[in-house]
Design a protein around this ligand. Structure first.
Ligand SMILES: [Zn+2]
Ligand SMILES: [Zn+2]
Length: 368
């Protein structure tokens, strides 16, 4: 079982991690920026019960991020939502699942196509020959098309080119480290990057075997599981996994407990899609990243998107430059959102706000 951090241990490590994260800000790594290795527990997950037979595997911060997973037990097997960024992480969770049931994994559902949510699929496919991997039609297309964003087969190829460069950069930074602490931190990051690259080279990607074009109910023995398609948001293929009896929803990155990643997103439609999700009766959200949160967090997260879009539109109409927007809007929204969007070493408000403003400007104002 994983060791839990005390709140104090966690908070003391956040400052150093934020500094390290800055170093990698230019790298375009999906949903999060790489975390500092020293923030990471040895274990990959904290495995937490959310309802009877429903668990959330909350990913620990790692240099190469992992998504959360939801684990849903049925009477004759297990359904897993999302499979992390690499097979070793999926393998670790698979072992954890075997600690609560010896039943086979029947289904994996991928919430969207980003690299940190599906690159571990192969572990479950190897363990269960009859495994179904389910996603939306659009997500399957994104996984295989050459021009998709930060996920899918084409992104594996891009990472195989980029991670070695990142490793070289880390080596340079180690040479220039100004303190033993910084050096040790960078060396730990280097080790994780090298291990990740080795896994990436060996990857045998397991693509979805079943797609859905609209919302469906999976009638699993003893468990009703709905796969909801509610519109575009974080990507154009997001699905939500909803358990009506347990009142739990797993959202992938359409709702995270940190700053959203907008680059493959549809900001205005995202707001509407979250409102559609809000109509469902649930009490707990298993987000794509961060801790399990209550339903009230949906309004907070959506409020950020709504206010961000409105602020960028207004500033653009008033003739503000992008640099001015980043400064003014970043400070304006901080009063409402900085604290709630800066709970973890990853995806903090100040790390992301500039990029979010720029993305909304491009997608909503310039519509490019
Ligand atoms: Zn993610
Ligand atoms: Zn994502």
């Amino acid at each position: 079982m994983s060791t839990q951090w005390t709140r104090r241990q966690f908070l003391t490590r956040v400052g150093a991690a934020a500094a390290a994260i800055q170093t990698f800000e230019h790298l375009d790594f999906c949903c999060v920026l790489p975390a500092d290795a020293q923030t990471a527990d040895k274990d990959l997950f904290e495995f937490k019960p959310v309802a009877d037979g429903v668990y959330a595997a909350i990913a620990a911060p790692r240099y190469k991020v992992n998504s959360n997973a939801a684990v849903i037990l049925t009477n004759d097997g297990v359904v897993v939502v999302d499979s992390h960024s690499k097979p070793s992480a999926a393998q670790a969770l698979y072992k954890e699942i075997q600690g609560v049931t010896k039943q086979p994994i029947r289904k994996v559902i991928n919430t969207h196509f980003h690299w940190d949510h599906w690159q571990g699929n192969q572990v479950y496919a190897a363990a269960s020959p009859t495994l179904e991997i389910i996603t939306s039609e659009r997500t399957k297309e994104n996984l295989t098309r050459p021009d998709a964003g930060v996920g899918g087969l084409s992104f594996i190829e891009k990472q195989l080119v980029n991670v070695p460069k990142e490793i070289d950069q880390l080596k340079d930074e180690i040479q220039q480290a100004s303190s033993p602490e910084q050096k040790a931190r960078l060396e730990a990051n280097l080790q994780q990057a090298q291990a990740y690259l080795e896994e990436l080279k060996q990857l045998k990607p397991a693509l979805p075997t079943r797609t859905v074009a609209s919302s469906v109910t999976l009638q699993e023995p003893g468990r009703e599981i709905q796969v909801l398609l509610l519109g575009r948001g974080h990507t154009d293929g997001d699905v939500y996994i909803y358990l009506p009896k347990e009142k739990v929803v797993a959202t992938g990155d359409a709702l995270v407990d940190w700053m959203p990643f907008l680059n493959d997103g549809y900001p205005e439609e995202w707001v509407q899609t979250l409102t559609a999700l809000e109509q469902y009766d649930f009490t707990h959200i298993i987000p794509g990243h961060g801790e399990v949160v209550p339903k009230a967090n949906l309004a907070f997260f959506r409020g950020y998107l709504t206010d961000l879009i409105a602020s960028v539109k207004k500033a653009a109409a008033e003739g503000a430059s992008l640099d001015e927007m980043k400064k003014v809007i970043g400070d304006q929204l901080a009063a409402t959102y900085e604290q709630g969007m800066s709970k973890y070493p990853l995806g903090r408000y100040r790390d992301r706000i500039g990029q979010n403003i720029e993305t909304v400007y491009q997608k909503v104002v310039k519509k490019s």
